[in-house]
Design a protein around this ligand. Structure first.
Ligand code: B3K
Ligand code: ZN
Length: 884
């Protein structure tokens, strides 16, 4: 497959204005008839009509009702003799939904039909100009057996429906909004719906529906509530209303990702949709709320205004992640709960995006080239993209950002545009702002890959009462980008005295202090900021709220970090100070090769956090959780996964032991009474109680005590919700307690008919703390389990990805067996579903940074995969980049 470059973009030679498409749905062979109104794009050189099509059986092609000569060139249907005047094009073809294991295009799952068209699935349904800048108005007719497929859905509004004959029926759907083909969707099956009507601020009435398999209806209440909350929020915050009479969500259990924002007909992985207290955890409830919101928000940021080409993917994804993160924070409401949201988002960014940005697949937020676009639905495009949008808001303020969004929609509603268009709208709505005056430099966030390193050093002059803060940045090279220019980095900050008092912030040249919290903008490789009237040697609190996606070296001592941990008014930085104290100790142990021994000062700091009378339980849980192993690895030149794990493990065990009595108090003090609610307060308590229990069971393993494993087992059995049940089960499993075995068996027996819970059962074992190779051996055994299957993406992820992606200590083995396992599973998966295989291939992104013997063994496994002739272009691209 060829490399596609951003700079080669040319507008299409033809526009397709309307599509009248019908489906005779049959799992083995579905007939598709598509009638299009086409016109030549006179703005580009005259050329043939080239339609995309893959895995299709072509029956006939007509232009203006007449057959026309054409040829097939690879995945293109080429018509040389397309007229200059507007014409109608009719294509007839069939496809085979039940053979479609790639889950892209039209496929079957559990006896129903579903589609997934983003990015390039529509060409697996019919021949088309399958690119996002071709926007058409669709009318869709579905015909199918009425007993097997009583529900027939597509985008937009239902225009007609009825019987065809004794066995078949039909439905006609019309979507008035022009859309790119990637937003097309159809669903046909035996489904039931939860329904709700709402009246929006504008006074319009809408029908909301959530369709699922019979039996899953009780699990849709949370998703429906989340949808209603999303609609209300988008109208209130951004004045963006729901624009269709009907908004539908459908759940499907075979799905490549979380969900898809098809116009008016969102399709969801059941794992991102279904929740009941008995089967879903607090984290699941929060994730469902965020994904329902995300897909809904796409209706404006993605659908009404879409991407000109796939290089602009972050235009819709970064912006929509930003919107869903803001929504989740607003839903959490309390300042401390907002901070918890922010910390979780940053943790995710550091765990996934930072490693991506320093590995073989590092790419800018707006990539310059790709072979397979599905490989670029990445943490960089999504999560770093969201951080870039957040920086706009930081630079122009909340009201300024809202004004920018307003202008963006005024200019571009109904268009397919670029990241530059977005940047221009935000800047133009905020003339003279810190953004507008640096717009070209700011846009380097779109073009330069890699995580900037920000260094900060301060000097205090007691006589002059000045504090000089020098900020500098380096932007390390990444594949294809050897040298880089300075980024625009907003640094939200404050100053504290060593006693913890907040100091006023007055920069040299200012007549009076401007508050105690402000944003410095670094736009050079180094800059100094001089604060005056500083009455005490300050401790700087920098990058508050994580105001830019950078790695910060502020050179703070333990004593200074302890000041921030105790007194910072910014909850994010308070948490960060604790993480830094932990990180410093773990890194020192890894670098020196000496066993980690936690010092008294650190343990006491953690103890006072845990005992703190005011801090939220959710915050405590985050603060007492050690930094993730992937983020720790990011700080090191050479990665020894076993050494990192050993240090983390030692820290964990020592914290478990040293704070034992406090863990008991935390466990007992965080029991929730009353009915289950997935709200921040309850879920915070459950998370801290679960952490405490895990620590107590871990410490019991060391001491030989049987009380806490016994209590954990009891709690596992009696739990009133999945969060507590799974928490207790993982405490047992991770500590390798004897009761883990009977608990695992009981859990499977109890939930064997709940696919999403069985996924949890596999995932828990795949992610279990490694000890003497037991976890790895178990995962290999579980491949043979009758419930395991590579065909269902959720199931494949639950076991294979859990091990390879989320369990470094079990995966990186000195005998290379983890890498052999990876290569075997990757090849097996690639034959079924290239998109999922492409994800698994990414596990080896950072193999060159591994220490020996891991490095050589990893290379051998990658080379073995590369040697396969029949790799998908998805996996081929990742593997070639890894070996480049
Ligand atoms: N836009 C989809 C992702 C499509 C992935 C295609 N490989 C879901 C989302 O971001 O909302
Ligand atoms: Zn999205």
């Amino acid at each position: 497959a060829p490399l596609i470059r951003r700079e080669d973009y040319v507008a299409p030679a033809f526009w397709i204005r309307t599509v009248d498409i019908s489906f005779d749905l049959d799992p083995a062979k579905t007939l598709v008839i598509s009638k299009m109104k086409v016109e030549r794009n006179t703005a580009v050189p005259h050329g043939p009509l080239r339609l995309h099509g893959e895995e299709l059986q072509l029956l006939r092609v007509l232009i203006n009702g007449e057959s026309v000569s054409f040829r097939q060139e690879g995945h293109e249907l080429v018509i040389e003799a397309a007229p200059d005047a507007d014409f109608t094009l009719e294509v007839r073809n069939t496809c085979a939904p039940e053979k479609n294991t790639a889950l892209s295009g039209l496929y079957t799952s559990g006896g129903s039909f579903f589609t997934q068209c983003e990015a390039e699935g529509f060409r697996r349904i019919t021949y088309f100009l399958d690119r996002p800048d071709v926007m058409a108005v669709y009318t869709v007719t579905l015909r199918a057996d009425k007993t097997k497929y009583p529900v027939l859905l597509s985008n937009g509004n239902l225009a007609d429906s009825g019987e065809l004959d004794a066995t078949r029926h039909f439905a006609v759907w019309h979507d008035p909004f022009p859309k790119p083909s990637y937003l097309f969707a159809l669903v046909a099956g035996d489904l039931v719906a939860r329904e709700q009507r709402i009246t929006t601020r504008a006074g319009r009435d809408h029908l909301l529906q959530v369709f699922v398999r019979r039996g899953d209806l009780e699990k849709t209440e949370h998703a429906m509530n989340s949808l209603v909350a999303s609609i209300v929020w988008d109208e209130a915050r951004f004045k963006l209303p729901l624009d269709l009479e009907r908004f539908m969500i459908v759940g499907v259990s075979d799905f490549n990702m979380g969900a898809m924002e098809n116009k008016g007909l969102n399709i969801f992985n059941t794992s991102a949709l279904l929740a009941s207290p008995a089967t879903a955890t607090d984290a699941d409830f929060a994730r469902i709320e965020a994904i329902v919101a995300h897909e809904y928000f796409h209706n404006w940021t993605g659908n009404r205004v879409t991407c000109r080409d796939w290089f602009q993917l972050s235009l819709k994804e970064g912006l929509t992640v930003f919107r869903d993160q803001e929504f989740s924070m607003d839903m959490a409401a309390a300042p401390s709960a907002r901070a918890v949201c922010r910390i979780q988002d940053v943790r995710q960014l550091r765990a996934m995006q930072f490693p991506e940005d320093s590995g073989a697949m590092a790419h800018p937020v707006r990539p310059d080239s790709y072979v397979e676009i599905n490989n670029f639905y990445t943490a960089t495009v999504y999560d770093k993209g969201s951080e870039v949008v957040r920086m706009y808001q930081t630079l122009v303020g909340r009201a300024g950002f809202e004004a920018g969004m307003k202008l963006y929609f005024e200019r571009h509603d109904g268009q397919a545009v670029t990241c530059d268009d977005f940047a221009q709208a935000i800047a133009d709505a905020n003339p003279g702002s810190a953004l507008a005056t640096r717009l070209e430099a700011f846009k380097r966030w779109y073009s330069q890959a890699g995580t900037p390193h920000l260094k900060a050093r301060g000097t205090y002059d007691a006589t002059a009462q000045t504090y000089t803060l020098t900020l500098s940045q380096t932007n390390p090279p990444s594949p294809g980008q050897d040298s880089k220019l300075a980024q625009v980095i907003p640094v939200a900050m404050g100053l504290l005295s060593h006693e913890g008092q907040v100091l006023p912030l007055q920069l040299q040249g200012e007549t009076e202090p401007a508050g105690t919290d402000r944003v410095l903008v670094l736009d050079q490789s180094a800059q100094s900021f001089v604060f005056v009237n500083v009455t005490a040697d300050p401790v700087p609190s920098l990058l508050r709220g994580f105001s830019a996606p950078v790695l910060l070296d502020d050179g703070l001592t333990d004593a200074e970090l302890l000041v921030l941990l105790k007194h910072d008014t910014d909850a994010f930085n308070r948490w960060e100070a604790g993480q830094r104290l932990s990180l410093n100790r773990i890194l020192a142990a890894v670098r020196s090769g000496k066993p980690l021994v936690l010092d008294g000062a650190y343990i006491e700091a953690m103890r006072s956090l845990l005992r703190h009378p005011q801090l939220d339980s959710a915050f405590k849980e985050l603060a007492l959780t050690l930094p993730g192993e992937a983020y720790i690895a990011e700080q090191l030149e050479v990665i020894d996964p076993q050494a990192i794990h050993a240090a983390v493990d030692a820290a964990q065990n020592q914290l478990a032991h040293a704070l034992r009595d406090d863990w008991v108090a935390a466990f007992e003090g965080n029991q929730v009474s009353g009915g289950y609610q997935p709200d921040p307060v309850q879920s915070g308590k459950r998370s801290l109680a679960n952490l405490a229990l895990a620590m107590l069971v871990l410490d019991a393993k060391r001491s030989g005590d049987t009380v806490w494993p016994g209590r954990a087992y009891q709690r596992f059995k009696d739990a009133g919700n999945m969060t507590d049940r799974l928490g207790a089960l993982s405490a047992l499993v991770n500590a390798h307690a004897e009761l883990a075995e009977p608990a695992l068996a009981r859990f499977h027996q109890q939930f064997k008919d709940e696919a999403l819970v069985v996924d949890k059962w596999f995932a828990l074992q795949g992610r279990a703390a490694e000890r003497d190779g037991k976890t790895f051996a178990r995962v290999r055994q579980l491949l043979q389990h009758p419930d395991f299957s590579l065909k269902n993406p959720n199931r494949a992820r639950s076991l294979i990805f859990s091990l390879c992606m989320f369990n470094p200590a079990a995966f990186h083995r000195t005998d290379a067996a983890g890498y052999v396992f990876w290569a075997d599973q990757l090849l097996a998966l690639d034959a079924i579903n290239p998109q999922i295989a492409g994800r698994l291939a990414r596990v080896m992104d950072r193999w060159t940074k591994l220490a020996e013997p891991y490095r050589s063994a990893a290379r051998e496994a990658i080379v073995r995969v590369a040697a396969k002739a029949e790799l998908s272009s998805d996996v081929r691209e990742i593997i070639e980049r890894a070996l480049a």
